[in-house]
Design a protein around this ligand. Structure first.
Ligand code: DLZ
Length: 160
């Protein structure tokens, strides 16, 4: 994420397709909840600001980012949603666990995008420390949840 050059919350609302009548699934991880709840709330607020009815946004939590794959997969396969947003936060630790989770989630969500017709938006923050995650979840660099919401609406408008 080259976000030093781009505020994650910057978008031109006149260029975003209105989301009225669109149904969005958001699956979010409980791990690093300070961050993921802020991302989730950013996504919901931006969807609503751009016309999506709150009752058309379905939230589901999973324990950790690795479970985003299963959660997003269930949402996609349900056929209920125009787009699915997967939100998580993985912070690098002392072991290679970070790499396995990031690679697993990336591969799993990518596979869903290739195999099904519902866009799955990648809202996984992968950072070296907590401060970098805070900066991207409503801090200095905006909120990646906002960016995911805008991306979802753009993908729906373009392909559905
Ligand atoms: C185990 C683990 C670790 C070490 N770190 C994170 C993290 O930074 N962010 C996150 O979302 N989840 C983490 N997890 C939990 C895994 O995603 C997963 O829930 C467990 O390995 C159980 O499958």
């Amino acid at each position: 994420m080259a976000t030093e050059l781009k505020n994650l919350s910057s978008y031109d609302s006149t260029k975003i397709a209105n989301g009225k009548g669109r149904r969005i699934g958001i699956v979010y991880a409980e791990w690093n909840e300070e961050i993921t709840y802020a991302l989730r709330d950013g996504a919901v607020n931006t969807l609503v600001e751009n016309g999506v009815d709150e009752q058309d946004i379905h939230l589901a939590s999973v324990p950790g980012s690795f479970e985003l794959i299963f959660g997003a997969s269930q949402m996609v396969k349900s056929g209920k949603y125009d787009a699915v947003i997967a939100i998580g936060c993985v912070i690098r630790g002392d072991t290679p666990h970070f790499d396995y989770i990031c690679e697993g989630v990336t591969a799993g969500l990518s596979k869903l995008n290739v195999e099904y017709d519902t866009p799955v938006i990648f809202g996984l923050i992968t950072t070296n420390n907590l401060l970098q995650a805070q900066e991207r979840s409503g801090g200095r660099l905006g909120n990646k949840g906002d960016e995911c919401a805008v991306t979802a609406l753009q993908m729906i408008a373009q392909f559905k």
